[in-house]
Write a protein that binds this ligand. Structure first.
Ligand code: PLP
Length: 390
């Protein structure tokens, strides 16, 4: 039998890191002590209250039946309450909230609900690859690149977007605080985006997965805080980074009820919602917020990521590398001024693993992403090692 992939799957870009992974595995085999500053997975344990809640909720037999595709009522109510406290936005838990098996699932599935074959989708570049691939290409849509340039603080230039041919543009993805650039958003720029979307009938999918990992007093806004936001947008959130529980797969989306309903139509056909026990744990976690103020654990991890970021930025600048100190996320986006794959390979020669910017799209070329998911001492050692090759 000849097994052939579907055309839409063939359109997915080649896996760009294959060569680099081969080198990393070879180094590991040789016993080289690698310092990984490449992954977007927290090195912290989840807080004790989550581990205890998980043990308790998962040992309750009642929590092992199918849950609802849209999420348990109690979970959706807790999300609405958290949202009100954190962003001051009212949500109807019944129609404006949906549970997700991690936000990645929702970001991919949303396009299937609204994108027809050949429709265009505005996707930022550089960006988390799901927007262009898992969402757009796998829905037979066509990604339309929105360059995120340094001179615009890695935000889309809405004025030049408005001048483009926007025929058949159905949807746009945005992500702030941003992976990979660490750039952030303000409400004025969000208002510009909401107005642009309203004028051009474009659904905005706003990825706010890093809303709680912020520094130096910066608080990430929600697109729903902006006047008209709920008319055009759905916003994606996650417990993954906030509570260091990436493997537990629990997130949610909120916003315009028709957009939420579209996502629900897809999810009702492809999954049966996150496990009831993870939803019950997430309820307890969200309830730890008091009047929008995060619990001690979230403040503490943000403080530590912030300190590591200081250490890394200081070290990189000493090495003559250009980078901004980000106000959010655990990423530092660094200009390397050359082929990012080659640059990353040079750092690998001294056992420092980073992510070449090209992996996030062509506008990521010339940059490297460092993640500060290692203790400060390791970051310091990585900088010392890099000095040998830079
Ligand atoms: C920008 C962004 N959005 C969403 C996600 C997915 O998070 P999860 O599916 O764990 O909620 C990630 C994960 O790295 C991310 O970087």
């Amino acid at each position: 039998m000849r097994i052939e992939l579907a055309e839409r799957v063939k359109k997915l870009p080649p896996y760009i890191f294959a060569e680099l992974e081969k080198i990393i595995n070879e180094k590991k085999r040789q016993g080289v002590d690698l310092i990984s500053l490449s992954i977007g997975d927290p090195d912290f344990s989840p807080p004790k209250f989550i581990l205890e809640a998980l043990a308790e909720e998962s040992s309750n037999p009642k929590n092992h039946n199918y849950s609802f595709s849209q999420g348990e009522p109690e979970f959706k109510e807790a999300v609405a309450e958290w949202y009100k406290g954190r962003f001051g936005v009212d949500l109807d838990p019944k129609s404006e909230v949906i549970a997700l098996i991690g936000s990645k699932e929702g970001l991919a599935n949303i396009a299937r609900a609204f994108v027809n074959p050949g429709d265009k989708v505005l996707v930022p570049n550089p960006a988390y690859p799901v927007y262009a691939n898992g969402a757009t290409i796998l829905s037979e849509g066509v990604p339309m690149v929105m360059p995120l340039l340094e001179e615009n603080d890695f935000r889309p230039d809405v004025e030049s977007l408005a001048e483009m041919n926007l025929e058949n543009v159905k949807m746009m993805f945005l992500n702030y605080p941003n992976n990979p650039t660490g750039s952030v958003m303000d409400k004025m720029s969000l208002k510009q985006i909401v107005d642009f979307a309203e004028e051009n009938n474009i659904i905005v999918c706003y990825d706010n997965a890093y809303s709680e990992i912020t520094f130096d007093g910066y608080k990430a806004p929600s697109i729903l805080e902006v006047e008209g936001g709920k008319d055009v947008a759905i916003e994606f959130h996650s417990c993954s980074k906030t509570f260091s529980m990436t493997g537990d797969r629990i997130g949610f989306a909120v916003g315009n009820r028709d957009i939420i309903n579209g996502l629900l139509k897809i999810k009702a056909q492809v999954d049966s919602g996150p496990p009831r026990y993870t939803q019950r744990v997430a309820v307890r976690a969200l309830k730890r917020y008091v009047n929008g103020e995060p619990p001690e654990y979230v403040k503490e991890i943000a403080r530590i990521y912030g300190e590591r970021r200081e250490e890394l930025v200081k070290g990189l600048r000493r090495l003559g590398l250009e980078c901004k100190k980000p106000l959010a996320t655990f990423y530092v986006w660094v200009k390397c001024g050359e082929d990012s794959m080659k640059f990353s390979q040079r750092l690998l020669d001294v056992g420092v693993v980073t992510t070449p910017g090209i992996g996030f799209g062509e506008y990521g070329e010339g940059y490297i992403r460092f993640s500060v998911t290692q203790p400060k001492e390791k970051i310091r050692e990585a900088c010392e090692r890099m000095e040998k090759v830079l």
